[in-house]
Ligand binder design. Structure first.
Ligand code: PBG
Length: 339
């Protein structure tokens, strides 16, 4: 139980503006801080030779070649960013109905992971577990009789987790929203000897229109078309259900949990943190990036300030860290402010 506040002296004895009077005083009374240690950088890797390729719906974000990813990962590390999350852009020819390429130990994300870990062993590498980068229909699982089949998908996800762990991935992040996948993946990792590979579960992941630009980036937008993922991702109407999802994932062995998207779901971040007290992350997703980037491009918002303000908002809501496409930029701004 929280103790009641002592009765506050009323105005004019109390003037809350007193504590806002000077920059030093504002710093002194600040309840939350954003540091580079709070940032996880999601990066897109492609198989092309071009070092970078534009993503039109995410101005300023690029698909990177493996060599370029390794170089930028080095920059991220030197800026103090603890970990990156690697997302592969699978060539169309390697996509199939059941997403077999996910199980190929030499697929793009595995090669990228090996290269990044070889160059920067001290940088954390996080890999998604879900079939959507590999399926020709763009869904996160295999389709049987017009429905994404849960248990058969989970078996495949276990195989995907193993090839990624073998490539050197430190944290497996199931983003597929199948039931029971965290427990199954934990069991598979343990049985294969990867007892120290952690699981960051996309525990409360909503069926959101804010993922649009990401689907452009990884090339699954056309396949999924106007279809949606509402039979497995959560209904934005629900909050209590998020707590059930998180509770189950913890019981199944999740080390850390995530809420996604970010800003429209800060109430969920706060509820999860208060209920479970475990490392809790939020994903400021592609559509959130696109909104801020577009408004800043038009001169409607000040980019630096809205980046820092939104990221601090995640901290205030109780997030221990944020996956954000602004990670490198925010780290540079923070370094500049401190220096
Ligand atoms: C794949 C996955 C998605 C995102 C992360 N992992 C897309 C989706 O579920 O359709 C979205 C990230 C973003 O929008 O930035 N399952």
């Amino acid at each position: 139980m929280m103790r009641e506040n002592p009765p506050a002296a009323a105005f004019p004895r109390t003037r809350l503006r007193r504590n806002r009077r000077h920059p030093w005083l504002r710093r002194l009374v600040a309840e939350n801080t954003l540091t580079t240690a709070d940032l996880i950088w999601p990066a897109f890797v492609h198989d092309g030779k071009e070092p970078t390729a534009e993503i039109p719906s995410m101005p300023g974000v690029h698909r990177l070649s493996i060599a370029r990813l390794v170089a930028e990962a080095g920059t991220a590390m030197s800026l103090g960013i603890p970990a990156i999350a690697i997302f592969p852009v699978t060539p169309e020819g390697l996509k199939s109905p059941d997403g077999d390429e996910a199980l190929n130990p030499d697929n793009l994300v595995c090669r990228a992971t090996r290269a990044v870990k070889a160059a920067h062993p001290a940088l954390g590498v996080i890999c998604d577990v879900a079939l959507d980068p590999y399926t020709d229909h763009g869904h996160d699982g295999v389709i049987r009789k017009g429905y994404v089949a849960n248990d058969e998908t989970v078996e495949r996800l276990c195989g995907q987790a193993i090839v990624q762990a073998r490539a050197g991935c430190d944290v497996i992040a199931p983003s597929d929203m199948m039931d029971g996948r965290v427990g199954a993946v934990r069991g598979a990792l343990d049985a294969a000897g990867f007892i120290d590979v952690a699981i960051l579960s996309y525990a409360a992941k909503y069926a959101s229109a804010f993922y649009g630009p990401f689907r452009d980036a990884v090339g699954s937008a056309k396949a999924i078309g106007t279809g949606d993922k509402r039979t497995y991702q959560m209904d934005p109407a629900n909050g209590d259900e998020a707590l059930r999802e998180v509770a189950l994932d913890i019981a199944e062995g999740a080390d850390m949990v995530m809420v996604k998207p970010g800003l429209p779901y800060l109430d969920i971040v706060r509820r999860v943190k208060d209920a479970f007290h475990l490392p809790t992350y939020a994903y400021q997703v592609s559509g959130e990036y696109a909104m801020l980037a577009a408004a800043a491009e038009r001169g409607w918002l000040e980019r630096e300030r809205v980046v820092l303000e939104t990221l601090l908002g995640f901290k205030r809501a109780g997030a221990d860290g944020i996956l954000t496409y602004f990670a490198l930029e925010a780290a540079r701004i923070l370094a500049h402010h401190q220096g």
